[in-house]
Ligand binder design. Structure first.
Ligand code: URP
Ligand code: ZN
Ligand code: ZN
Length: 484
């Protein structure tokens, strides 16, 4: 009989398909067996009374990202992956940004240099395409997809990042040819700039007005447009950080038409509201992210999208800027308008507890759905399944032990990022991760960091089945056949 390196014994395993009372035998960093009475092991981890879940995968985080002149992202790879591990995550997927005028290879080389030797959990990079020149589209992008960077994000807003519709189509066409999955930030940039200027003209510059400058129609319209562009070429896309029911219903309608349009939502759209920014004055900057949090109706719609399976993944969109810092949320003097507040909020460590508590503990979603939305579907969407995202023989031993009854009050003091606040300060949750294991190595145990900096590896990925075209075209236009 095999002797395992580790036996995780006595727990209840939950995967996307069900829950069972089973042990997990681990050898060489992989899951070797799942069942009872598996045999001897060098080390036993007692999971009695705990849930044994596939490690969290957060496919939408921002770490060490260039964020504009004078602005510095709070988390680098060390602090960001440390916080991720404490939050029950074993893999995070940050964005390697192509800066305008630069190539993709150069961006990847620089970004890898920032990550190498620093990570506590595994990583896999998406790209952001901001400058789709002929050489990027014709040579670099196909080459890096072939290398294993099989997903990229495009922005419909933000100076320096946004693509126009023609550029979006060019990028989508390359995604179709190469088999990569495109993630879309859907907000109408012209409308945002128009509203921003009007607000500033009448002196409405406080941080709360960020939410007024990006109302639901701005997101709904761009979501509809992105879907329409994808439909023209029969290219699957993932609409990221969906904040409300109107955008979610655009996705649901496209899905009902047989299109492969995927959706992602995030904790901020379940538990924060635009009205939370009112009356906070400067501190409202702590909640500035795009799209902004909405209202109770939008929160209910996002839950509905999770319950109905309109969304595929639940990510943090962790994008941390320190609050009490001129390089973060506090705009430099002379720029006292919401438009200068860096967009983004931290959340990589709180994503799982918030969904578990608000979703599973309150009976809104099942434990199996929780596993799918926080782990399995991320692996499936981005070409890592079944290496990641499940507890099954042959998969990486990425496991989180979960105390479903532990009550915690979220406050920044208990978190492990390099930010100086949490948007969820004071939120009471039920359910907390107590052990995080990456490829058979314990990284966090009972609130202590025991893993080694640099243990986390970067993973190249397969072309995801999620990105395969449907084969159904809505026009007579026949896009280039896939070359994969
Ligand atoms: O406000 C946000 N979400 N900032 C992060 C960048 C992005 O658009 O995902
Ligand atoms: Zn975005
Ligand atoms: Zn983001």
């Amino acid at each position: 009989m095999t002797e395992f390196d580790i036996l995780v014994q006595g727990g209840r395993i939950a995967t996307e398909t069900g829950v069972s009372e089973s042990d997990v035998g681990i050898k060489g960093g992989k899951i070797a067996a799942v069942g009872r009475e598996l045999g001897a092991a060098k080390e036993t981890i007692d999971a009695t009374g705990l849930l044994v879940l596939p490690g969290g995968i957060d496919s939408h985080v921002h770490l060490a990202q260039p964020s504009g002149p004078g602005i510095v992202m709070a988390d680098d790879f060390e602090s960001g992956t440390r916080a991720a591990a404490f939050g029950g995550n074993t893999l995070v997927m940050p964005f390697c940004i192509q800066e305008k005028g630069k190539g993709l290879r150069a961006a990847l080389t620089e970004y890898h240099a920032k990550a190498d030797g620093k990570c506590y959990v595994d990583t896999s990079f998406h790209l952001v395409i901001s400058d789709p020149t002929a050489s990027v589209l014709g040579q670099e992008l196909p080459a890096v997809v072939a290398d294993g960077y099989t997903s990229f994000k495009v922005f419909m807003t933000y100076e320096g990042l946004k693509l126009n519709d023609r550029e979006m189509l060019e990028v989508l066409a390359v995604a179709r040819e190469t088999g990569a999955l495109v993630m879309v930030h859907a907000e109408n940039d012209d409308a945002i700039r128009f509203l921003t200027e009007r607000l500033e003209r009448v002196g409405h510059t406080a941080a709360y007005n960020h939410t007024v400058s990006r109302p639901i129609p701005v997101e709904r319209e761009a979501t509809h447009r992105a879907i329409s562009l994808a439909e023209l070429l029969d290219v699957p896309i993932m609409i990221v950080h969906v904040s409300n029911g109107q955008a979610m219903e655009e996705i649901a309608r496209a899905q009902a038409r047989g299109l492969k349009i995927y959706g992602e939502t995030c904790p901020q759209y379940l538990v924060l509201k635009a009205s939370d920014l009112r009356g906070m004055d400067l501190e409202a900057a702590k909640l500035v992210c795009s799209p902004p949090p909405r209202d109770a109706e939008s929160q209910a719609a996002c839950w509905d999208g999770l319950q109905r399976g309109v969304f595929s993944v639940f990510s943090s969109d962790h994008c941390p800027f320190r609050y009490d810092d001129e390089r973060g949320k506090r705009a430099p003097r002379g720029q006292e308008s919401f438009r200068y507040v860096p967009n983004g909020i931290p959340g990589v460590e709180t994503r799982l507890p918030i969904l578990f508590s608000e979703g599973v503990a309150k009976g809104r979603i099942s434990l199996e759905q929780f596993v799918a939305y926080t782990s399995t579907n991320h692996a499936r969407m981005y070409g890592l399944y079944p290496q990641k995202g499940t507890i099954a023989p042959g998969s990486d031993a990425d496991i989180v032990l979960w105390n479903a009854n532990r009550r915690m009050r979220i406050t920044h003091e208990i978190l492990h990022d390099a930010c100086d606040y949490t948007p969820y300060e004071g939120l009471e949750v039920t359910g907390w991760p107590v052990l995080t294991m990456v490829r058979g190595c314990v990284v966090v145990r009972d609130g202590e960091l025991v893993g080694e900096r640099g243990f986390g590896r970067h993973l190249m990925r397969d072309r995801p089945p999620s990105a395969e075209p449907t084969g159904k075209l809505v026009t007579e236009f026949d896009p280039a056949p896939r070359r994969v």
